[in-house]
Ligand binder design. Structure first.
Ligand code: ADP
Ligand code: MG
Length: 589
């Protein structure tokens, strides 16, 4: 060791998070091991890839593995890997700060944490990676050396607001994390993580599919040779001896390469947590296989919870690309369209080069073919979910509907399928959602368009005077409140030959549409005559209004759309809706 110890403070929100961990009542404290193994596995993937792509990197990749070392007397557990390791800056940037969780959303939620239940939920929801170690350890020591560096770094913290950094001259390449474990307290869900049986059980449960060997030294009792009396231990025969042997405790089977009937639901769920770095359960597991000239396998997941960075520019980790079991990249945008960015998982393609770059991927015909197929499968899966598991679908739609609808604007090929599997609020659906097919099924005879209105909230739209005439006539109106709705709805899209018409724009002609109560022709005839008569009566007032409000409105006219309000403002058919106008104004245009 050399240099001096540097003491640094955690950022405020990191400190808050650590505090939450140290005092956590989270019942699934075991997850810390999964997080450490997952990080080690990622680091091994990276070093293999870098050594393949960069021949000047001098690393021995012949025995990449993860090692668990438990010391029962000292009550420590060490998880060690000989992966890519971290530079000192990496350690400060990745471990010392809230690298992945340093977001407004988590910060906001942290501020709200009041009780044990809330903190438990927060931990489960955000999936606190490395810091989860502080649920089980009083002190965490990390020693690491990046494959390209000479010297290593030692990081240590008790989770109390500061951490120390030291230079380590003789650190092996890779990372080791040593936990000084809290006392066993099963009431508090703290088990004996130095017990080989416990470790074996946890690895089997959480990390069995990890592609790298996870090893542990275990004592094996070797029976003494040539004993004819092995059942008795009266001490007369030769003593059995104990030996330390290294045991690989995971089966290392790539789940995507197995057929789905060989994989349990739990295994899929754990794999999902590994690839997504999340702690929830997938809503849907999708497996895909192609054989023949171009082989690939895919294992995809639709999460239950939306990640907090769904709408952030620098969001990460969607679909990972592997080539023949070798990890190539995270977040492979070429494999899945942006509006399906919530989909997590793995695609393993057999015929790509390990040196494949993003530029090559963008041109690759086969990648494009995979992307087309994955896209269609995700869309049909959601369609099926809606039909067979409405509750899950509702969860899906609440979390991802807004992203999904971006596809209505961007993915011309799949628009119809996307629209079919979409849902909407409407005046006829009190709290439930309606599909367009159901809407069309309820359309009044003579109605040839889907009526909608956009706004910020359902309530705002429902209180708007524009709705009145429709309500009076019993005509259903879709209530669209997502910013993206403005985009697709005005893009000329049709559903089963029906166009979309805003009730807040232009002249809405309801005369041909049968209302709920009214039925006969004479009614509409009479209405027309009435309107003409009234227009004559009101000419003076209308002219005066147009004159007085000349800067603010284009024209003043009598309307049949109102039944209770005296007047309302209406946009031109081709003008921006108030919602879109606001959107543009907010973005400074
Ligand atoms: P996540 O894995 O979701 O990024 P973590 O909190 O688990 O979040 O880890 C933060 C970061 O620290 C990782 O992204 C990685 O860059 C780095 N890291 C953690 N453990 C290791 C390790 N064993 N080897 C190399 N880098 C690591
Ligand atoms: Mg992690």
């Amino acid at each position: 060791m050399s240099g001096q110890t540097e003491v640094r403070e955690f950022q405020a929100e990191t400190r808050q998070l650590l505090d939450l961990m140290v005092h956590s009542v989270y019942s699934n404290k075991d997850s810390f091991l999964r997080e450490l193994i997952s990080n080690a596995s990622d680091a091994l993937d990276k070093v293999r890839l870098e050594s393949l792509q960069d021949k000047s990197l001098e690393v021995d990749t012949s025995d990449l593995h993860i090692q668990l070392d438990a010391d029962r007397d000292a009550r420590t557990l060490t998880v060690r890997d000989n992966g890519i390791g971290m530079s000192r800056d990496d350690v400060v940037g990745l471990i010392g700060t809230l690298a992945r969780s340093g977001t407004a959303e988590l910060r906001r939620k942290l501020a709200e944490v009041k009780d044990a239940a809330a903190s438990e939920e927060l931990i489960g929801q955000f999936g606190i990676g490395f810091y989860s170690t502080f649920m089980v350890a009083d002190r965490v020591t990390l020693v690491t050396r990046h494959a390209a560096d000479e010297a290593g770094t030692r990081w240590e913290s008790t989770g109390d607001g500061t951490y120390t950094l030291d230079e380590v001259s003789d650190a092996p390449q890779g990372t080791s994390v040593t936990l000084a474990l809290k006392p066993v307290d099963t009431d508090d869900h703290l088990y004996d993580y130095t017990d080989p049986a416990k470790l074996r059980q946890l690895v089997k449960r959480y990390s069995d599919f990890i592609a790298w060997p996870i090893r542990m030294d275990v004592e094996k009792t070797v029976p003494a040779p040539e004993t004819d009396d092995t059942d008795t231990d009266d001490g007369t025969g030769a003593e059995p001896t104990t030996e330390i042997v290294s045991e690989t405790i995971n089966s290392q089977k790539a789940l995507w390469a197995k057929s789905s009937d060989e994989v349990t639901e739990d295994e899929y769920h754990e794999f999902y947590r590994h690839v997504s770095h999340a702690w929830d359960e997938p809503l849907e597991v999708i497996t895909l296989k192609a054989e023949g000239t171009f082989e690939y396998q895919a294992l995809l997941f639709i999460p239950t919870q939306a990640p907090f960075d769904l709408f952030m520019r620098e969001r990460t980790s969607g679909v990972q690309l592997y080539v023949k079991r070798v990890f190539i990249m995270d977040d492979c945008e070429e494999l899945i369209p942006e509006y399906l960015r919530f989909v997590k998982g793995v695609v393993d393609a057999a015929d790509l080069s390990l040196n494949v770059s993003r530029e090559i991927l963008q041109q690759d015909r086969q990648i494009r073919a995979i992307r087309r197929r994955l896209t269609k499968r995700v869309i049909s899966t959601v369609g099926d979910m809606r039909a067979s598991r409405p509750d899950d679908y509702r969860t899906f739609w609440q979390n991802f509907g807004r992203v999904w609808k971006e596809g209505l604007v961007n993915d011309i090929d799949n628009r119809d399928a996307l629209l079919k599997a979409s849902s909407f609020e409407s005046t006829d659906s009190a709290d439930d959602l309606t599909t367009l097919a159901d809407y069309v099924g309820r359309m009044r005879s003579g109605q040839d368009t889907v009526y909608y209105m956009t706004g910020e909230t359902r309530q705002q739209i429902e209180n708007s005077p524009h709705i009145e005439a429709f309500r009076a006539k019993g005509i259903e109106v879709l209530l669209l409140t997502d910013p993206v709705d403005e985009m697709w709805v005005s893009s000329g899209l049709e559903f089963e030959g029906k166009s979309f018409t805003s009730i807040a724009k232009g002249a809405v002609d309801l005369d041909g549409v049968d209302s709920e109560s009214a039925d006969d022709e004479t009614d509409t005839e009479k209405a027309k005559a009435d309107k003409e008569k009234r227009t004559e009566e009101f000419t003076g007032l209308l002219d005066w209004l147009a004159e007085t409000l000349t800067d603010d409105v284009n024209e003043a006219r009598l309307s049949s759309r109102l039944t209770e309000s005296a007047a309302c403002l209406v946009g031109d058919t081709f003008s921006m809706s108030p919602q879109l106008e606001k959107l543009y104004r907010a973005s400074g245009q």
